[in-house]
Design a protein around this ligand. Structure first.
Ligand SMILES: [Zn+2]
Length: 54
């Protein structure tokens, strides 16, 4: 059985916002930089992330 390697961190390439994954609430939480409030965040994890964990 393969397990999805969910990233525990992501950053917006547009405004620089950083999120970390909260295991307890199963939701993204702002890690550091809040970024712009109306930014359509474009996360750096799309496409480049390897989905399979070994
Ligand atoms: Zn953003």
């Amino acid at each position: 059985m393969t397990q999805l390697n969910l990233p525990d961190r992501r950053q917006c390439v547009a405004c620089g916002r950083e999120d970390t994954w909260d295991e307890e609430t199963h939701n993204w939480r702002i890690a550091d930089e809040e970024g712009r409030p109306f930014c359509i965040h474009e996360w750096d994890i799309n496409g480049t992330h390897n989905p399979i964990r070994k």
